[in-house]
Ligand binder design. Structure first.
Ligand SMILES: [Zn+2]
Length: 297
């Protein structure tokens, strides 16, 4: 059991259960294993998420509204696998409801995250920031990675809360002001996607992934914008196991699992980020990337 090194505190703000594992699971496992305090805030329970497999079909939202509850359990199991003890649901379970994809009727639900007055979830997050006092915040870019309303809203709430948490005049009842030193957006560099497609094509793979064009992918990021890579290859097994814990969302037969078999753990263990507040520091790798989220602190 590693003792928690309270000198290094990392906060991640994600939209739905499973986003944290897919986007940043290896990084979370690595820093947790190295003794940093890792805190995950999930904004909604993903009640509108599509459900994979017959076993969980009865949990589909609105028919029998137990999907959120079930996903809370999946999230807890995934966090246990990643070694992340501190995970919270923004405002408490069920406070902000999954908004569904852009343009669907769920976006009009007054309880959905997308409709929330930005100041309410931001205040919930300010209380967490002032309590945990993270030096590093990880969240999505301003397009929410791929345009899902909850991801865009998670970006806005995290950005807004980071600013408000540092302002002594804002809600002193929520704790002493705290300024986050480094803010990162998760990133998926185009060159990495191209290399992955080339590697799969070379071994004769013809799956959906090889048909993609990085220039058409909304989540693909220009390489010049990417500043940082976390090499967490030893934690890929945990990341995959945590994905498996999100059984209503991620199929073990395809997608990431198939990719991980084909591309190997080295590719799966690299997670990329864009530094948008603070300065790149510390060791720089041969591709010019910063290699530690806490570097320079
Ligand atoms: Zn999501």
């Amino acid at each position: 059991m590693t003792s928690i090194d309270t000198d290094r505190r990392l906060l991640l703000v994600h939209a739905h259960p499973d986003d944290e594992t897919i986007g940043s699971g290896a990084t979370m496992a690595k820093y947790a294993a190295e003794g940093a305090r890792v805190t995950l805030v999930t904004c909604t329970l993903g009640e509108e998420g599509e459900v994979i497999g017959d076993e969980h079909a009865h949990r589909v939202a609105h028919l029998e509204d137990s999907l959120g509850e079930h996903r809370e359990i999946e999230l807890a199991n995934a966090m246990e696998i990643l070694g992340v003890a501190d995970h919270r649901l923004l405002g408490g379970a069920g406070r902000y409801r999954d908004s569904g994809m852009m343009g669907v009727p769920d976006n009009d639900d007054p309880d959905c995250f997308w409709r929330a007055d930005l100041l309410a979830p931001a205040a919930d997050l300010v209380a967490i920031i002032r309590e945990v006092r993270p030096q590093v915040l990880v969240t999505y870019d301003d397009f929410g990675g791929y345009g899902h309303p909850d991801h865009i809203q998670a970006h806005r709430v995290a950005t807004y809360a980071a600013a408000l948490a540092a302002a002594p005049s804002y809600r002193p009842d929520l704790g002493l002001p705290w300024e986050i030193s480094k803010v990162y957006w998760m990133a998926f560099p185009k060159s990495v996607i191209r290399r992955g497609i080339a590697a799969l094509t070379a071994i004769g793979d013809t799956s959906w992934f090889t048909t993609l064009d990085p220039d058409d992918l909304p989540f693909a990021c220009e390489d010049e914008a990417v500043t940082t890579v976390i090499n967490a290859e030893p934690y890929v097994d945990r990341k995959l196991a945590a994905m498996g814990a999100h059984a209503t969302q991620i199929s073990v037969e395809d997608g990431f699992f198939a990719l991980s078999n084909s591309l190997g753990s080295q590719a799966m263990g690299l997670e990329y980020f864009r530094l948008v507040r603070g300065s790149v520091a510390g060791e720089i790798d041969s591709e010019g990337y910063e290699t530690d989220l806490f570097a320079g602190l």
